[in-house]
Design a protein around this ligand. Structure first.
Ligand code: LLP
Length: 441
């Protein structure tokens, strides 16, 4: 049986103090649980800003003026995060009027927002235009026609990128593998549909076609995926210039760089990665004598995942002789559905018992009335783990709060932001029981 003292943390904002307490971003996890209650989402503000700056610096170093990384706010959206993005000078990727509205309420300059989605309704399109969303990333011909109609009514010319599927298989899990030809997103180069939608866009008087977008997948570690995407897209753009006389000036390569959830996940040096993509891109531009476009990427996970941590309190510890053990916590698939959906790996620790050997293998399970409500299988906890103990699940900043639900009428946890100076503040309040019933008539 595995027995170790210090767990292998996936990120350097996680440490253990002499008392065996977890410190996250330099803050004592137990003190935060005491102050705010559990379950509790924590966000490391300095880490978020540092992750943004990695992209901003790389873009400045490698890409033409006007190039900008966009935070994919689907990964975690609340007003404070849009404020941080504004302060850092990031653009944002938004996918719904809810995200647009949240960004607007935060005072985010929506001219730096890129509006995604494979099925924007007429209402969504009108809402985005009326609120000054800068760029639409159009997914299909019906949507383009609707953009044309709404823009004509407002007597404006809407800046548009077209979503293209470059036909790349990223070998991540199916639910996040989006760059393949067979996808609900975008228009495949291979089938001629990418060219067809470009022709349509160029014919529409109220559509200002600036360039193209592709997104190959999420949690991507594979060596050269973005390099290949860049080369395919530059070829596509150069072909269009040759055949249609249209020289696109903008290329958005989407999001997708992977993060470390567990120690065995590889480390990605994002700045180095972007440098290597820029080399492949520039080489292809050179080869095709095509001007290097203004570049965007849309990182979500790699901005926010390792800035997050969730704290829970243990309720029951159930040992089933001859079968297995269960550690039940006061949250679950309602605040983190990623294991239930994708069997995603997480590093889970007993946050006040880091100096005890871990000898008790157990499934870490939630409180929902559903057997699939599992946060992680095969965790090894200290044998002393019991009701009242604190459990931390690491690297939960991305796609946890964003995908949370009120299943079983469980209120969502608060999000507390941790500052570098040791102070903390609430970014999202804990939902109350009245929040759950307020819309009931
Ligand atoms: N751009 C587009 C067009 C996207 O569809 C996505 C993610 C991103 C950017 C950001 O990708 P990232 O850098 O975060 O990998 N719920 C799943 C992830 C779904 C990702 C969807 N699109 C999960 O929890 O793993």
């Amino acid at each position: 049986m595995e027995s170790n003292h210090l767990p292998a943390f996936p990120c350097d904002n996680l440490t253990a103090d002499d008392n065996g307490h977890l410190r996250f971003a330099g803050h004592d996890a137990a003190a935060l649980a005491e102050k705010y209650g559990t379950p509790l989402y924590l966000l490391d503000e300095a880490r978020i800003r540092r992750n943004c700056r990695t992209y901003l610096d790389a873009f400045k170093a490698y890409y033409p003026a006007g190039s900008l990384p966009l935070y994919a706010s689907k990964a975690n959206a609340c007003k404070q995060l849009y404020r941080i993005m504004a302060e850092e000078g990031m653009g944002v990727d938004v996918v719904s009027i809810g995200e647009i509205y949240t960004a607007k309420k935060a005072g985010f300059d929506l001219s730096k927002a890129f509006f995604h989605g494979n099925n924007k309704t007429d209402f969504d399109i009108a809402f985005a235009m009326d609120n000054g969303v800068g760029t639409f990333v159009a997914d299909n011909e019906e949507e383009l026609a609707a953009i044309e109609r709404e823009a004509a009514q407002r007597n404006l010319r809407q800046t548009v990128l077209l979503r293209i599927t470059p036909g790349i298989d990223t070998h991540t899990y199916e639910a996040v593998n989006t760059g393949k030809v067979d996808s609900k997103f975008g228009n495949a180069i291979a089938t001629g549909q990418a060219e067809a939608i470009t022709r349509l866009a160029l014919s529409l008087p109220h559509v200002e076609l600036r360039g193209f977008h592709c997104h190959v997948g999420s949690q991507v570690f594979a060596e050269d995926v973005f390099e290949r995407a860049a080369v395919i897209m530059i070829d596509f753009m150069a072909d269009l210039r040759d055949t249609r006389g249209f020289t696109a000036g903008v290329l958005n390569l989407g999001g997708g760089y992977g993060v470390r959830y567990v120690e065995s996940d590889p480390h990605l040096d994002i700045k180095e990665k972007i440098g290597s993509v820029s080399e492949a891109l520039k080489a292809q531009c050179e080869k095709r004598r095509f001007p290097v476009p203004v570049m965007h990427m849309e990182p979500g996970r790699s901005i926010i995942a390792d800035a997050g941590l969730t704290l829970y309190t243990v309720g029951a510890v159930k040992r089933i002789p001859g079968y297995k053990n269960y550690v039940s916590i006061d949250g679950g698939m309602t605040d983190n559905p990623r294991f239930a959906l994708y069997r995603s790996a997480y590093t889970c620790v007993a946050a006040t018992k880091l100096n005890e050997p871990c000898t008790l293998p157990a499934s870490l399970v939630g409180r929902c009335c559903e057997s699939g409500d599992i946060i992680q299988e095969d965790v090894v906890f200290p044998a002393s783990i019991r009701r009242g103990d604190l459990v931390a699940v690491c690297t939960t900043g991305a796609y946890n709060y964003a995908m949370s639900s009120n299943y079983n009428r469980i209120p969502r946890p608060a999000t507390v932001m941790l500052r570098e100076d040791g102070s903390d503040y609430v970014a999202v309040e804990r939902e109350t029981l009245d929040d759950l019933t307020n819309l009931d008539v």
